[in-house]
Design a protein. Sequence first.
Length: 118
Amino acid sequence: QVQLVESGGGLVQAGGSLRLSCAASGRTFSSYAMGWFRAAPGKEREFVAGISRVGASTYFADSVKGRFTISRENAKNTVYLQMNSLKPEDTAVYLCAAGAVWGSWAYWGQGTQVTVSS
């Protein structure tokens, strides 16, 4: 069982930056690939970024490539999402997820709200 808690959301002006954190419980954090997703009102939840178990590989949605980076510190059981050059369309609840198998996201956090004003 893995419990995930996101933090770092907030209100920011367009062009600004935020760093989201996702802290995981348990001693097997490095066994899981980690992903960030977002859910905006009236839209389906979408994949934003993902990182492999030891951080060797990262993946990004086209909409955030070049603006967002994902990283992890396995010693701290934490994954980060650095978001730069934020746009109003990035406004959403951001959730982190963990999966023992890439693409099979078994555990989810509650989410943190990100609001980007124009």
